[in-house]
Write a new protein. Structure first.
Length: 72
């Protein structure tokens, strides 16, 4: 049976994983824009990239527990 401390570790590892995905997607998007002609990209390519980054970033940050919340 998973303990509370074990679940907290899993949540933080998953949050780290999501933030790593954000870093890789941003890096891949920047490299793709740098090495290709920007006129080849459709408008929805930018929207998908930005929405994906924002969703993963917010969810990853949401999963992190703030230790200062417990003290106040």
């Amino acid at each position: 049976m998973p303990t509370f401390a074990n679940m907290k570790k899993r949540k933080e590892k998953f949050a780290d994983f999501l933030l790593d995905i954000v870093k890789y997607v941003v890096t891949a998007g920047l490299l793709a824009m740098w090495f290709t002609d920007l006129h080849q990209w459709e408008w929805y390519s930018y929207v998908i990239l930005v929405v994906g980054v924002v969703v993963f970033l917010l969810y990853g940050l949401f999963l992190y527990d703030d230790e200062d919340k417990d003290r106040h």
